[in-house]
Design a binder for this molecule. Structure first.
Ligand code: UT7
Length: 336
């Protein structure tokens, strides 16, 4: 048995900054409302025509992660790509990354777990490395939300929250099983699938032909829907549970956490968890203020920034935790 460790990290966000004031010019919202309810000040949106896609952003983040890991792209044995906003309905972006990075014909898998996508992807990669099947796995979380949001007042409770970007990690074999990813913990509760969802087009619900035939301007089924307060209430409970589950599995205490990187869903959720666990500002990393909620990309972007800022050192206990659509949630306990 082996462990896996994070050997390299990278992220990419589009240059185009969209502030809360920018949004208030196109919909009935305000900087005050957005900051007070979410903590978000600005986010990045791909400019239509600039050529950035979920895959291309993932590729840019991956190049940095590979370079920092000290391996060559030819050493990558497997690709895991987490997103809810793929370039194509099919095939998924995993194979596009294999093509665009010129990686040899290794396996590529797509993970469909929304805000928990990166933690799920990390867990998949970790299992392959633990069993000895693969040595180096590339894990990417990338999202291009802005092209699919309802940017009118009708969609404001969702559209002000989400931003575009990508993060990536190279996971490599670690012979010392007291180091690297110690454990991952994954959960789902499909009972609440529609509470945070994008249901159309779907092969079993709203057929593409129905949408085209109806030509109904009031049809919002192809925009993301979120029952915000319900999601919020579930998020704070599940975040707490899955962090505790990870700590208990490894006989760790809350006080052992050197760095908690929560999925950047809402600054109020992160602050609730921080307060509940009695963690200091130095023990919790947040960047939602700059990027909004980038779903599967949020944890790898935050992890990369925390690492770049020297906030994660060798020997640290790093905890990743996510909650989102599905509902799905998960955590990873890492000895850096
Ligand atoms: O990443 C996956 C997990 N996601 C989450 O965990 C998100 C969880 N939920 C949330 O973060 C919050 O519920 C939101 C930020 C989405 C919404 O905040 P809220 O405090 O729950 O607001 P609300 O939806 O209850 O809306 C309050 C009011 C409503 O007006 P009335 O009915 O009180 O007159 C909304 O119409 O705020 C209004 N509103 C807005 N006003 C200005 C909703 N969106 C906006 C907006 N600007 N963008």
């Amino acid at each position: 048995m082996y462990n896996s460790r994070i050997a390299g990290l990278g992220y990419y966000v589009p240059e185009n900054v969209v502030t809360n004031d920018d949004l208030s010019k196109i919909m009935d919202t305000s900087d005050e409302w957005i900051q007070e309810r979410t903590g978000i000040k600005e986010r990045r949106h791909v400019v239509n025509g600039d050529g950035d896609t979920t895959t291309s952003m993932g590729v840019k983040a991956a190049k940095i992660a590979i370079e920092r890991s000290g391996i060559s792209k030819d050493d990558i044995d497997f690709i895991v790509f987490a997103t809810l906003s793929p370039d194509y309905y099919f095939p998924g972006p995993g194979v596009l990354v294999q093509r665009d990075l010129g990686i040899k014909t290794v396996g590529a898998i797509d993970v469909r777990n929304q805000c928990s996508g990166f933690v799920y992807g990390l867990s998949v990669a970790d299992q392959f490395i633990k069993t000895g099947m693969y040595k180096n796995v590339l894990v990417i979380g990338s999202e291009l939300h802005s092209s699919g949001l309802d940017m009118t007042t009708r969609g404001r409770s969702v559209s002000v929250i989400f931003g575009d970007g990508a993060g990536a990690a190279v996971l490599s074999r670690e012979e010392d099983t007291t180091k690297g990813i110690l454990s991952t913990h994954l959960h789902s509760e499909g009972q609440h699938a529609e509470e945070l969802s994008l249901t159309a087009p779907g092969m079993g619900t709203r057929w593409v032909t129905d949408i085209i035939d109806d030509n109904n301007p009031d049809d919002t089924s192809y925009y993301p829907y979120m029952n915000g307060q319900f999601v919020f209430k579930n998020a704070v409970v599940r975040f707490s549970e899955v962090i505790m589950e990870g700590l208990q599995t490894n006989q760790l205490e809350v006080s052992d956490i050197d760095m908690l990187i929560p999925h950047q869903a809402n600054l109020r959720i992160s602050q609730f968890i921080q307060k509940k666990f009695g963690l200091s500002n130095d023990q919790v990393f947040n960047n939602i203020m700059k990027y909004g909620n980038t779903t599967a990309a949020s944890i790898p972007i935050a992890l990369t920034e925390a690492w770049e800022e020297g906030k994660i050192k060798e020997g640290d206990t790093v905890v990743l935790a996510a909650f989102g659509s599905g509902f799905t949630w998960g955590s990873a306990i890492i000895k850096w």
